[in-house]
Design a protein around this ligand. Structure first.
Ligand code: NAD
Length: 486
């Protein structure tokens, strides 16, 4: 049955107006029921062209970049406050379109607002420097926005991922076109509403949904785009980077991972249980930096597996809309296709010799539900140890020596994050130096925040989001050298 509280049809937002899409509409499905929730306008290449032209006009007018940075920063912060003011409404919609528990949706919205707060604050900090060239010259650098910034958004955290890149792009004075994910496009309408409410110049934020191969490809190949940010799969990242290269524009790629936690025999295993709960079962494992592998010392392996399986079994799985309170609950995956893919990867792992310690199957009910899963007897050469599942599936591998643990951790093509759990700081520091990952957590998975830079080594992508590092994605440096006469 259709949720009557959700409006039937959602339009795209271009140049301050809500518009239909040239490619018609797409049905958005509630993954907890498998039923249609609403329809979303679908942009075609002509719509993309218009959105890019609008953003270019805004950029060239100077209406954003000519502002004193504090003014831009205040607008960016106001966008976050708008999201918080509407958190109940947005959380409900996010849960209905994405499947996550209602309490997780609230965390996502708070996270989105935090990006607007942080980068709003940073707007004033993008300063150049003066370079001494001797008495005859005055030389200085400035940082200017690229111009039109394109954001191609994944379906796992649709609101937060848009907030992450948009906040920094606007704070530095770029006009933006956002291509929302076709599975979860609806909550991004609140990004447009937030921009409007915050007084962001008309046309500086454009939000369009379209198919990846269609609108996404058109946006990434558009000659009017000056910079691209993408989060999603490796093949799509390669397609986008190729399109960007043809236009000689930079891109930031955030492409997921197969991130490992090394757990030594002196680790605090009680504390580690919380890392497991959040690391692999938050958002039903559909997190690029999920803890999808545990590399356990053979001395504690069996005990650890028992305890991890206990955590997995303690989670109750069901419709996110019924899960208002923070607790041991997990919602639907984003779609039945993603759930079936995850389940298929578990079956293949079994065929390769892995053992299901718990879970491993879809739930016997309507909706894209999957049991929280733990696999053991996994070895580094198996596909399940190398490929991203993007679901609630944890693989446990065993090590004997510290050296072997590092080798296993570094044995995938990815390199997004990693973790090491031990009471021995020397051991932790050695591991942190040697792990091939953009971020290493010691004794707490997800330690850090909006303030700490995030991004991949290897096939996990390049460029950094979050932290002050991310600001440099959106600006180019200009040097001005003045010859002084007389
Ligand atoms: P995807 O990479 O295909 O899609 C992500 C975004 O890219 C969407 O907005 C999509 O419309 C767009 N897109 C798709 N093809 C495009 C193209 N040719 N040009 C430009 N844009 C294009 O991801 P998916 O198909 O939704 O999911 C597949 C897998 O990707 C998942 O199983 C998971 O492993 C991975 N994934 C990773 C993340 C992450 O945060 N790292 C997020 C989502 C998906």
């Amino acid at each position: 049955m259709r949720d009557t509280a959700v409006q039937d049809y959602w339009q795209n937002y271009v140049d301050g107006e809500w518009v239909d899409g040239g490619a018609g509409r797409i049905g958005v499905v509630d993954p907890a029921t498998g039923e249609k929730l609403a329809e979303q306008a679908l942009a075609d290449a002509a719509d993309v062209d218009r959105a890019v032209s609008v953003a270019r006009r805004v950029h060239e007018s100077g209406v954003l970049f000519d502002l004193r940075p504090v003014e831009r920063g205040r607008m960016v912060q106001a966008m976050g406050r708008y999201l918080l003011a509407n958190i109940d409404e947005i959380a409900r919609l996010l849960t209905l379109e994405q499947g996550k528990p209602l309490w997780e949706s609230r965390i996502e919205i708070e996270g989105a607002a935090r990006y607007f707060e942080y980068y709003g604050n940073q707007a004033e900090t993008v300063e150049g420097r003066s370079i001494p060239l001797g008495a005859g010259y005055f030389d200085f650098t400035t940082h200017e926005p690229y111009g039109v910034s394109a954001h191609i958004i994944p379906w796992n955290y649709p609101l937060e991922m848009t907030a992450r890149s948009l906040s920094a792009a606007l704070a530095t004075g770029n006009a933006c076109v956002i291509k929302t994910p076709e599975l979860t496009p609806l909550t991004n309408a609140y990004i447009a509403r937030a921009a409007e409410a915050a007084g962001v110049p008309t046309g500086a934020v454009n939000v369009i949904c379209g198919l990846g191969r269609d609108a996404g490809a058109a946006l990434s190949a558009h000659p009017g785009v000056n910079q691209i940010v993408f989060t999603g799969s490796v093949p799509t990242g390669i397609a986008i980077a190729t399109a960007a290269a043809r236009n000689v524009v930079p891109c930031v790629l955030e492409l997921g991972g197969k991130s490992a936690a090394i757990v030594h025999d002196d680790a605090d295993l009680d504390a580690f249980m919380s890392d497991v709960r959040w690391g692999i079962y938050f958002n039903a494992g559909q997190v690029c930096s999920a803890m999808s592998r545990v590399i356990a010392s053979e001395r504690i392996h069996d005990e650890l597996v028992d305890r991890i399986a206990g955590i997995a079994k303690s989670l109750s799985v069901g419709p996110g809309i019924d899960q208002a309170e923070i607790g041991p609950t997990m919602g639907a995956m984003v779609s039945e296709a993603q759930r079936d893919r995850a389940e298929g990867m578990v079956r293949s792992a079994e065929a390769e010799g892995a053992t299901v310690a718990t879970g491993g199957r879809k739930l016997n009910r309507a909706g894209a539900f999957m049991e929280p899963t733990v696999l053991t007897s996994v070895t580094p050469n198996m596909a399940i140890a190398r490929d991203e599942v993007f679901g609630p599936v944890l693989s446990v591998l065993k090590f004997r020596t510290d050296e072997e643990a590092i080798q296993i951790a570094n044995s995938t093509d990815y390199g997004l994050v990693g973790g090491v759990f031990t009471r021995d700081l020397d051991r932790a520091t050695r591991a942190a130096r040697r792990m091939r990952a953009g971020q290493v957590f010691v004794n707490e998975w997800y330690a850090g925040g909006v303030e700490t830079p995030f991004g991949g080594y290897g096939k996990s992508g390049y460029g950094r989001e979050k932290g002050r590092e991310a600001l440099w994605n959106y600006v180019q440096t200009k040097n001005v050298a003045i010859r002084l006469r007389g």
